[in-house]
Design a protein around this ligand. Structure first.
Ligand code: HPA
Length: 235
């Protein structure tokens, strides 16, 4: 067991879905998996293991932001020997070609976080998705006729950011498509620990228009993305 996930390592699968919201972890487990066990409830950060069409998979809530995400991903990899980690989350679009409810398959992550400068000093690390998972996600997204894009995400340290407008303009000028708060840390840890990782994000809001997906539609768009994640891993 580890500090924030208290479970017998045998209870956690080597493939893990990572929603930020622990209640979404429970929803995924209840909706998609069979023979489900709950292996963690420390701090309410629920974790479950079950089977999707015979394939063993865990679902672990991570909380919001890189520091919280990092704790759970770190412990899953180091203590529970996770080998494939797929974040299933939401993002805000800043691109005219990425629409509300589309899925962004995140190729790489820019960031304003201090975590990587603090780790690597002047070495400019490039946080990128694992190619095999990325390619499979594209194949399955096409087959399912999902509205999707492949592109970069800006992983922000602050949701309410005094300099948000300035950073958005830089990101847009670089062709960065959306904003989240976790992907940079997933891709960094995956490289450091030599495991596979991918982020899939449904667009929940627009930084261009201020529009948000209405709550009643959020669940179905999120579910389409979870389907894509499971097809990507096991299809
Ligand atoms: N900012 C940061 N993270 C997000 C957003 C946002 O607007 N929407 C969904 N995740």
């Amino acid at each position: 067991m580890s500090i924030h996930i208290v479970a017998d390592p045998k209870l956690v699968a080597d493939t893990v879905l990572l929603p930020g919201d622990p209640l979404r972890a429970r929803h995924i487990a209840q909706t998609y998996l069979t023979d489900v066990i709950q292996y963690n409830e420390i701090r309410g950060m629920l974790g479950f293991t079950g089977y999707w069409h015979g394939n063993r998979v865990s679902v672990q809530g991570t909380g919001m932001g890189m520091p919280s995400f990092s704790i759970y991903a770190h412990e899953l990899i180091d203590t529970y020997h996770a080998k494939r980690l797929v974040r299933v989350g939401t993002c805000g679009t800043m691109s005219e070609t990425l629409h509300l409810k589309d899925v962004l398959i995140a190729q790489a992550a820019d960031s304003d976080s201090a975590m990587n400068p603090s780790r690597f000093g002047s070495y400019q690390f490039a946080p990128t998705a694992s190619f095999d998972l990325l390619a499979k996600a594209v194949e399955h997204a096409k087959a399912a006729k999902l509205g999707f894009a492949v592109g970069n995400v800006f992983t922000s340290d602050q949701f309410y950011d005094l300099k948000g407008e300035e950073k958005k303009q830089i990101a847009q000028s670089l062709g960065t498509m959306a904003i989240d708060m976790e992907t940079c840390e997933l891709y960094t840890l995956a490289r450091m620990k030599q495991v596979e990782a991918l982020t899939l994000l449904t667009v929940s809001d627009s930084l261009l228009t201020g529009e948000q997906v209405p709550p009643a539609q959020r669940q179905s768009t999120f579910d389409a993305m979870v389907d894509l994640a499971l097809q990507t891993l096991f299809g």
